[in-house]
Structure formats: C-alpha cells, structure tokens
Design a binder for this molecule. Structure first.
Ligand code: FBP
Length: 252
C-alpha cells in the first residue's frame, strides 16, 4: 500500500479547511445569503485566505472545476451526503466515487458516518470500500464522525467524542472530523484516542468572532491539527480578515 501523505492538505502538520457542503446538508435558505450562496465567493475566500483545502460535493466540484483548478486550492470531494428534509435514522449514501473524485482533481476525499445510527453498519461498509480505493491511489481520507440517531442520548459527552475519534482510527481514516464539545480535557483525550489518525474539529453555527478564535487556539493546543470551518468563515462580514486571524491561531 502507498504511504499516505498529508503534505498537500497541511502546513507544517496543521490544517485549516473550509467546508461548503451545507447547501446540501442544511439547504441554501438556512445558511446562505446573496453572496455566500455562490460557490465562487467561497472559493475566493479559500484562495485568498490560504486554506489548506476546500470541501465541495461532486456537483460543485464538477460545475466549477475550471475555477477550482485555477485557484490551486486543494480540493476535498465529499463522497456522501444527505438533505435535512428526511427525518428518519441518519444515513448518508455515497453520491460520488473515488474515481470520479480523482478525475475532478481531488487532493483528498471526505465521508460522513453517523455512529449510533441504525444504519451505522451500512455506512461502515461503504466507507471500507472508499478507504481501500482512496488509499490504493495515495489519496488521504477525511472522515466526518457524527454520533447521531435515536440511540445516541448525549452527543457531546466526553465518552462520545473519544468514541468518534477512535472510530476514525479504527476505520482507517487519515483525519477524523469531530464536533467539539467545548471541553479541552475531553478533546485531549479524544485526540489520544485517535492515535495516529489526526483530528480536526468542525466549526458549528456562527458565533462571535473573538470567541471562535479563542476556541480555535484551545483546540490546537489540545492536540487537534486544526479545524474544518464553514459558517464561521463564509458568514463573516469580513471573511478574509477573520481567516487571517484564524490562521494565526492555528499556525502560530
Ligand atoms: P460548519 O463549520 O458550518 O459547522 O460546517 C461543518 C460541517 O461538518 C459541514 O461540513 C456540514 O455541512 C455540516 O457541518 C453538517 O452539520 P450538521 O450535520 O450538524 O447539520
């Protein structure tokens, strides 16, 4: 098996990714305004803000491929997803293959698993194939691990955050993306639980910029390699200024 290098999507071992799959996950009216509804607006932030990667679903990666390539921002193609309209047990089926992602010029692929869901085993099965194929091509795999479903009573406990992190390691992800519960010690243990699988944390809903920057500093201090942020960046009134401050927190 090829050695998987994170070089293309990290800077000195740290990473700041910009996530933009919310159009599918939440719907445009919930998160977007007239500016950030346009993928090119976010791509421009990713480029000028020197992000280590931009996360797009296949459709955006295809339709805006020329601009993505020109921007030289590493492309992370999300391989599964779902809308927020379906209210059953969470399940995100694959909607793009590793081969297609490679054709689109992906530097890494992303996949979500809802641990605790009735369909967990199904997502594990799909992920196993994706991880195998991506790694055969030397492509890093980022796994979003979100505990969810009626069996999950407290999705922000220490136990569940460590469990999410460990799932990333056990399933063969190179980077696991977690929802941070706000407790630094819990995150430290989650990072330990992830072992040689690196940890990035999700951004969440837009909060005060100063608070977000403080959180970012603590997250990196706790051992995470960085963040994969969406709304807190592209909903900012001054996204480039905010990105610059965020970079400072992550990369020092
Ligand atoms: P944000 O920084 O905007 O929270 O994005 C992170 C992310 O993981 C996105 O990639 C994804 O669309 C979204 O959160 C999913 O959030 P949820 O499933 O909690 O609605």
């Amino acid at each position: 098996m090829k050695k998987i290098s994170l070089r293309k999507i990290t800077t000195k071992g740290k990473a700041l990714f910009i996530a933009y799959d919310q159009g599918l996950e939440h719907g445009p009216a919930k998160d977007f305004d007239d500016k950030n509804v346009n993928p090119l607006y976010v791509l421009d932030i990713a480029k000028k803000g020197k992000f280590n990667g931009v996360v797009f679903q296949k459709g955006i990666a295809e339709k805006y491929n020329k601009e993505i390539k020109k921007s030289k921002v590493p492309l992370i193609v999300k391989l599964n997803g779902k809308t927020s309209l379906y209210k059953g047990e969470p399940l995100a089926e694959p909607i793009c293959t590793v081969k297609e992602a490679i054709k689109l010029g992906a530097s890494a692929v992303g996949f979500t698993i809802y641990i605790g869901s009735e369909y967990e085993a199904h997502m594990f099965m799909h992920f196993a194939g994706i991880e195998r194929e991506a790694h055969e091509h030397g492509l890093p795999v980022i796994l979003w691990v979100y505990p969810r479903g009626k069996a999950v009573k407290n999705d922000s406990s220490r136990e569940i955050m460590a469990y999410s992190a460990r799932t990333g390691l056990e399933l063969g992800a190179d980077i696991v993306k977690l929802k941070y519960n706000g407790n630094v010690e819990d995150l430290q243990f989650a990072v330990k639980s992830a072992g040689r699988c690196k940890v990035v944390v999700a951004g969440g809903v837009k909060i005060r910029e100063r608070d977000f920057l403080n959180e970012a500093r603590r997250v990196v201090k706790a051992g995470a390699i960085g963040l994969a942020v969406g709304r807190n960046v592209w909903q900012s009134k001054k996204p480039l200024e905010f990105s610059r401050k965020l970079r400072k927190e992550v990369f020092g």
